[in-house]
Design a protein around this ligand. Structure first.
Ligand code: NI
Length: 184
């Protein structure tokens, strides 16, 4: 297992829809292990494969941020099949270091996916778990949380990123260490 570098916005892999996983092989299992290790190193609550530069429909999520081994969920080819309600809350993203904004999302979600062992799985999430699932599935669809902000917020954040870039303070990628907090 190895920690992988996290790709930072606006890398095109983040805004390109990922391709479906066709077979679960050793390479894919190795990628999953690396994604888990990378998420843990960043104290993240979720990670999509394209955030480590691999454009495949694969995600890991752990809303306990490593506290509860049972909370780790690996989803292959996840699809949102149902949403309901509405919630507003602060979100971060490992591909937008230091950026936190309120994002409105459904309060509840049902996701269908495949597990690593090939079994179909139906995952229901509410509240923060729903938010994490929706954030990561957005990544796999090539959608970043910037696109979920109001037009005004989006412009402000884009301006902030532009300024950080000009100041040489916006990286192209982040090599995780153990200093970050709960972001997805
Ligand atoms: Ni994210």
């Amino acid at each position: 297992m190895a920690v992988r570098a996290i790709v930072v916005y606006p890398h095109p892999v983040l805004t390109t829809p990922t391709r479906e996983v066709e077979t679960v092989d050793d390479d894919l299992r190795a990628l999953v292990n690396d994604m888990i290790e990378t998420m843990r190193a960043e104290r993240g609550v979720g990670l999509a494969a394209n955030q480590v530069g691999q454009s495949v429909r694969l995600m890991v999520v752990d809303v306990s941020a490593g506290e509860d081994p049972e909370a780790l969920t690996v989803l292959v080819n996840p699809r949102v099949v149902e949403t309901s309600g509405r919630q507003n809350g602060e979100e971060g993203c490992l591909s937008f270091p230091g950026i936190f904004e309120n994002i409105t999302r459904p309060q509840r979600v049902v996701v269908e996916a495949t597990r690593l062992d090939g079994q179909s799985v139906r995952v229901e999430g509410e509240d923060f778990f729903a938010r994490a699932l929706l954030h990561e599935i957005d990544h796999l669809d090539g959608i970043v949380f910037l696109q979920r902000m109001s037009p005004l917020k989006r412009r402000l954040v884009q301006r902030q990123i532009r300024r950080l870039k000009q100041a040489g303070q916006w990286p192209e990628s982040v090599m995780p260490d153990a200093t970050a907090s709960t972001e997805g």
